[in-house]
Design a protein around this ligand. Structure first.
Ligand SMILES: [Zn+2]
Length: 127
């Protein structure tokens, strides 16, 4: 057992991030398998009822949006873990105050304090 991690980073947060990443990767792998299954079902359905493509198109769009969301979530997790390795995890990347532990426990991927996060989100386009 090593104690190399920064004293400001409770191991519970690192564990939470690692668990979140593992769960996300498993879900992404499962969904990729699921796409093939659904596409086959949809193709069979298409043969049977020739006209309706809308359902399939909607499913594809939903799948695409979900993958983008998960890719972004995974990037957030990786970034948080990187900050932990560098020892600067838990500081707001914009104003550098210490992010409250309650916020980190609720959202281990948080890189900003609540104030900076809401500013950041107001500058992001909404999907
Ligand atoms: Zn801040």
């Amino acid at each position: 057992m090593t104690h190399a991690s920064h004293p400001r980073t409770p191991l519970v947060l690192r564990d939470a991030l690692l668990a979140q990443r593992a769960e996300l990767l498993a879900r992404m792998a499962y969904e990729r398998g699921g796409v093939v299954g659904r596409a086959q079902v949809a193709a069979e359905h298409y043969d049977a009822a020739a006209s309706d493509n809308a359902q399939l198109r909607t499913e594809r769009e939903t799948q695409y949006a979900m993958n983008e969301h998960e890719t972004a979530e995974l990037a957030d997790i990786e970034r948080a873990l990187e900050h932990m390795n560098q020892g600067d995890y838990g500081h707001c990347i914009d104003c550098e105050i210490n992010i409250p532990m309650a916020r980190l426990l609720a959202t281990p991927t948080a890189l900003r304090c609540v104030a900076c996060q809401s500013v950041h989100e107001s500058q992001q386009p909404h999907f």
